[in-house]
Design a protein around this ligand. Structure first.
Ligand code: ADP
Ligand code: MG
Length: 727
């Protein structure tokens, strides 16, 4: 074993789990570092509390006087917890979170100082924003950016810093972050869904979209991870021969959690409790060293913030345990990658989950309304939904050999399929009393019973109904959920808005009763969007062929998929729903394309370096040993040596072939990179995708072959079996 590998392994094997003691119940520490409603009630005057509460519930503006009171209270609370700094915490379009800490400390002359935090500093700040991606917005408008307090997501303390969740926008108003469009989309879906709810219950005042994400990740010992330049720089292995044992025995999923990992998880969960992230579930995933963490679902904006915060915290806690967390969608070839299922539902201020069937036929009609409208929304905008989860790393799952496919379809289970089939036959126009009764008793009325038995879960579906929520499973593990959630809530908002118009028109023009009109519109929606429903195996070629017939998109790569982000239809949609302007949509598209290009560029560079500077020299060393051996055999056996050196010569030849393969392919790849670097935007991304990236597999092939030919003692790169099975 090479020295680097040996040292890394030795370090790893000598690690002991960090001792974690949980002295307090989790419920007792939950939200202790959050400026939540309970804390606010304690620290704020009644006026200030009501002001903030009204902003949270109804989106009203907070005036300066109240902001001053809130900031002062926040400061007192933070100081009581030994906090020294504050920061506006936001999510620029890098996908990660950003923070710049300022001390409360302020001098007041005479060599004296105080702790200060005013309303102005709480409400708005101007970070030096020139280094965040803006997709040309700032050049076009010469606008500076500022961050503004989002009172709907409570401030929290992390370490010794008070973090204030904020939006990040240009002075001209364009969003420069992930949160702003999400908040607008959530407001749009609230308006549209509340209006539709009024058909069923006049008391509904607000509809909230919920999100429950499930975060998958790999944990690798930090010494092993550091020994691999590809993991360090790209978050995944760019080469590495598969281990003899992978996940074929199915012995990892839900298996016993290793001690070191469990200690990490407990430490992490404790931190999450303080931060108010309601983590609940933890388990081993399918691949070795792969795990999952899921919280109790929350209002979407808060859930998105919590997921972003969690990913950050996971990395920090991992350092304490000498782990590196890999969020990449496909860190290892040949075993499962990671995703982030986004469980989504809508619920009313009266406490009703609109995607959960109720007890009466009318509440079930309400359920069906939201259920069918969601399906129609997904059908109408499947390509945009696919684009919302496109990234260089997620391309390794979607459209590659991994669940789910790049084709967006909806799984609803056999019983609900049956219900939709029945509804498709509803009479046009007025319904007879018999038909109404039959619908109520035998179709709509039966839904709760059939759903109790909704156990046929289809793991290959990218968008599945699972009893009382839809599960968007195609989201990547590295993703910021804001992006897919913005799209999903926007398309559902648009759909519900159209639905309301259609139903009202039928009532007005044809004099139909409300439920008749609803049945009529739903019937047409079922007919129109049937093509997106798919219950079969999403992996197979058969589905690709079938999907093509159904005219569903199958955009396998990010540059292809992203085109839907700037189509006329998309821009019209976002503008109509007041979620994003054309400028904002185009800026995002530009940023996403560029990010794709840069990621593939980095991978190409790293792979070229490893192949040439690590693999080839190692192969030559081993080849020289073989050559020495052959020379020695010649000395002993003279003319007869070939009989004894046959296999060695064969190995020498094979090694030469692979070295040649690597060198020529790396040259060609570099050449393509040079050409691609002269291009911009879509063309650059296309070139990286179609001309540069294909060499990755070819170069890897030769490297991996050499890995199993070359003496293990010489091989410098930590192998898959070591990365995946060292505990
Ligand atoms: P799995 O999909 O792994 O079988 P569950 O269905 O139990 O697991 O739940 C997964 C996630 O779905 C959890 O994060 C949970 O909080 C979330 N979830 C459950 N109900 C809802 C809902 N009505 N809306 C949104 N998310 C939900
Ligand atoms: Mg799930």
């Amino acid at each position: 074993m090479s020295k680097i590998r040996f040292k890394a392994l030795e370090k790893t094997l000598s690690r002991k789990p960090v001792k974690i003691s949980e002295k307090k119940r989790r419920s007792a520490i939950f939200g202790k570092n959050v400026f939540n409603q309970e804390t606010m009630r304690q620290y704020l005057t009644k006026d200030a509390y009501n002001g903030v509460k009204d902003a949270i519930d109804n989106g009203s503006k907070i005036d300066r006087n109240i902001a001053d009171q809130v900031s002062s209270a926040m400061k007192d609370w933070a100081l009581s917890k030994n906090v020294t700094h504050y920061t506006h915490w936001f999510q620029p379009l890098t996908g990660a979170t950003a923070e710049k800490h300022d001390a409360f400390f302020e001098t007041i002359g005479d060599g004296k100082a105080i702790e200060k935090f005013g309303g102005g500093q709480l409400v708005q700040q101007e970070p030096d924003a020139s280094s965040f991606p803006n997709g040309g917005i700032r050049n076009t408008f010469e606008a500076r950016g500022y961050t503004a307090w989002d009172p709907t997501s409570p401030a929290f303390i992390y370490g010794t810093t008070l973090c204030i969740p904020t939006i990040f926008v240009a002075y001209t108003g364009e969003a420069l972050d992930n949160k702003t469009p999400l908040l607008r989309a959530l407001s749009a879906v609230d308006d549209a869904a509340t209006a539709v709810c009024k058909y069923f219950d006049k008391n509904v005042k607000k509809v909230t979209a919920s999100l429950g994400w499930e975060q998958e990740y790999f944990l690798i010992d930090s010494a092993l991870a550091a020994s691999r330049p590809d993991i360090s720089l790209t978050g995944r292995t760019l080469l590495g021969h598969s281990s003899a044992k992978g996940q074929q025995l199915d012995d990892h999923y839900f298996g016993t959690i290793p001690n070191r990992v469990l200690s990490y998880m407990r430490d992490l969960e404790t931190e999450c409790m303080y931060l108010g992230i309601p983590v609940k579930t933890r388990h081993n995933e399918v691949a070795p060293n792969q795990f999952e963490l899921a919280p109790i679902y929350e209002e979407s904006n808060l859930a998105v913030d919590h997921n972003s915060l969690l990913m950050d915290v996971m990395g920090k806690i991992a350092e304490r345990h000498d782990f590196k967390v890999l969020f990449h969608e496909k860190p290892f070839e040949g075993i499962n990658g990671s995703g982030k299922h986004n469980n989504w539902s809508l619920s009313t201020n009266t406490g009703i989950n609109l995607l959960s069937p109720g007890k009466t036929p009318m509440s079930n009609l309400q359920f069906l309304t939201f259920f069918i409208n969601t399906i129609k929304a997904v059908y109408d905008h499947e390509e945009l939904l696919r684009a919302s989860i496109a990234s260089a790393s997620n391309d390794h799952r979607l459209g590659a050999n991994e669940a789910p496919p790049a084709i967006i379809s909806v799984f609803i289970g056999s019983q609900l399929t049956h219900v939709l089939n029945e509804l498709e036959g509803v009479t046009k126009g007025k319904l007879s009393p018999e038909e109404k009764t039959d619908l109520k008793l035998n179709v709509v009325g039966k839904i709760p019973d059939v759903l109790l038995d909704n156990t046929d879960r289809n793991r290959t579906s990218p968008f599945a109904f699972t009893g009382n929520k839809f599960e968007f499973r195609a989201v990547g593990s590295t993703a910021n959920c804001a992006n897919p959630m913005t799209v999903l809530n926007t398309i559902v908002a648009k759909q519900l808005k159209d639905f309301k118009v259609a139903v009202d028109a039928l009532i007005a023009a044809k004099g139909l009763k409300k439920d008749e009109a609803i049945f009529n519109v739903l019937r047409e929606y079922i007919k129109a969007s049937k093509n997106v429903l798919f219950e079969g195996n999403g992996y197979g070629d058969a589905w690709e062929k079938e999907a093509k017939k159904r005219k569903l998109s199958n955009n396998k790569t990010t540059p292809e998929a992203l085109k839907a982000r700037i189509s006329k239809k998309t821009i019209a949609l976002f503008e109509e729903m007041d979620v994003m302007s054309k400028v904002e949509v185009e800026a995002r598209h530009e940023i996403e394309l560029e990010e794709y290009t840069l990621r593939i560029q980095i991978e190409g560079r790293v792979l070229g370096d490893i192949a040439r500077n690590h693999v080839v020299p190692t192969a030559i060393k081993y080849q020289n040993i073989l050559i020495e051996n052959v020379k020695g055999l010649k000395d002993i056996f003279g003319k007869d040596y070939k009989k004894h050196a046959k296999e060695q010569i064969n190995l020498i030849t094979q090694i030469s072939t692979h070295i040649e393969g690597i060198n020529t392919k790396v040259d060609k790849m570099i050449n393509e990179r040079k050409k691609a670097n002269k291009l911009h935007g879509q063309k650059a991304a296309d070139a990286y995708c179609n001309k540069v990236k294909p060499y990755f597999e070819e170069i890897r092939y030769h490297c991996d072959k050499l890995e199993i030919l070359v003496d293990d003692e010489l091989w410098p790169l930590t192998k898959y079996r070591e990365l995946l099975f060292t505990k």
